[in-house]
Design a protein around this ligand. Structure first.
Ligand code: GN1
Ligand code: MG
Length: 363
């Protein structure tokens, strides 16, 4: 607490800190909720940025300032009310930037959004709102004229993720490869098909747009009525295929189990959530989406469980160097649960295609 208090004192916050406690369930950064004693003073979120993963913190925060500034301007122009709950607000530190360095650690602070909730799973009604919100998020950023840096190069590049997987297999640093042959084979079997986005992009058929790239359902704040207030966790906002945001929401929102469920029978792809989310998304995004993007939405729904399966298994093979884990086999449990989800998505592919064609036939 003393150390945290020192860090907090370097930011230009209002009020007196009464407590700072661990907050949220992110796998990358460390997050704390900072309460202030005075009524009328906002509470805050304090985060230690994972510098092993985000090497260029200045680029990271510059991206985030660009994006939140642009969205804030759009909301103001649209005459929106309650803007402070609809876009994140970062606090400058003693050096005037929205982060500060303490030895080998980098920290940032933002205003805590009151009366907002995050969820690990959502009902169809909430999913419909989430779909609309993501379509809007992409639409609002579509005219951003300042280029964004790639905070993690090749973040959602499936070919690159497979290369990392093959490197991990060859290295076999933790000696775990022999125990996971089944999953290795299942990954390899689908590798060609899953790299379709990269091929379409090389052929000039699939554009990159500014995406959030971590739209798991718990990165979204809802109000009491199920309306999305804003998306949080903006570290990975960068140019990508629209599949990123569409697919990663469904990977988490439509999973009837947990991302790391040990009981695989809990894991299933919920088509009602898929339908509601897709309806909302297409309502706000169909005006700018190309046919190739719309046709491949079912592919996106499969791509993200697949990519996450590859990433978790890669980390397992490397000896758990990337994701925070709670027990030794955690990354393997995650791999299995993501693979089960992928199988469920695959079984429902035809139904998804049909639903999307139906929507597109209606005006
Ligand atoms: C990480 O930060 P967090 O926990 O929301 C990861 C995502 C993964 C996710 C899996 C920078 O997100 O890409 O999909 O875990 N973020 C990074 O739960 O790697
Ligand atoms: Mg998160």
């Amino acid at each position: 607490m003393t150390n945290l208090k020192n860090i907090i004192s370097r930011f230009r916050t209002e009020g007196t800190v009464s407590e700072a406690t661990p907050f949220g369930s992110g796998l990358i950064n460390d997050t704390y909720k900072v309460k202030t004693a005075e009524t009328g003073c906002p509470d805050y979120i304090l985060q230690r940025i994972n510098h092993n993963i985000f090497k260029d913190v200045d680029m990271l925060q510059t991206n985030i300032e660009t994006v939140t500034g642009h969205i804030r301007k759009k909301l103001e122009e649209a005459g929106e009310s309650d803007i402070d709950r609809k876009v994140l607000h970062f606090i400058p530190s003693d050096n005037g930037k929205t982060y500060c360095r303490d030895g080998n650690e980098w920290w940032r602070m933002m205003v805590f959004i009151p009366d907002a909730h995050t969820y690990e799973t959502v009902n169809p009604e909430f999913s419909y709102c989430a779909g609309k919100a993501f379509g809007n998020f992409q639409a609002m950023l579509s005219d951003l004229d300042k280029p964004l840096g790639e905070t993690i190069p090749d973040f959602h590049n499936m070919e690159f993720r497979l290369k990392q997987f093959h490197d991990a297999l060859e290295e076999n640093a933790a000696g775990r490869a022999a125990g996971v042959q089944y999953y290795i084979d299942e990954i390899e079997r689908r590798a060609g098909e899953m790299c379709k986005a990269e091929r379409l992009h090389r052929e000039g058929l699939l554009p990159k747009r500014i995406c959030h790239c971590d739209t798991k359902v718990n990165n979204m704040m809802f109000d009491d009525n199920g309306n999305v207030l804003c998306v949080i966790d903006l570290d990975t906002v960068m140019p990508s295929y629209v599949f990123s945001d569409y697919g990663d929401f469904l990977r988490t929102g439509a999973n009837t189990g947990a991302e790391d469920d040990r009981e695989l029978d809990n894991v299933n792809f919920n088509l009602d959530i898929f339908r509601a989310f897709t309806k909302g998304y297409l309502e706000s995004a169909r005006s700018f989406l190309l046919p190739v993007e719309i046709e491949n939405l079912p592919y996106a729904a499969a791509l993200f469980p697949y990519m996450q399966c590859v990433r978790f298994l890669t980390d397992y093979l490397n000896g758990d160097t990337y994701y925070k884990i709670k027990y030794p086999e955690h990354n393997l449990t995650r791999t299995k649960a993501q693979f089960r989800l992928l199988q469920s998505v695959e079984a429902k592919y035809g139904q998804m295609q049909e639903y999307i064609s139906d929507i597109m036939r209606t005006k």
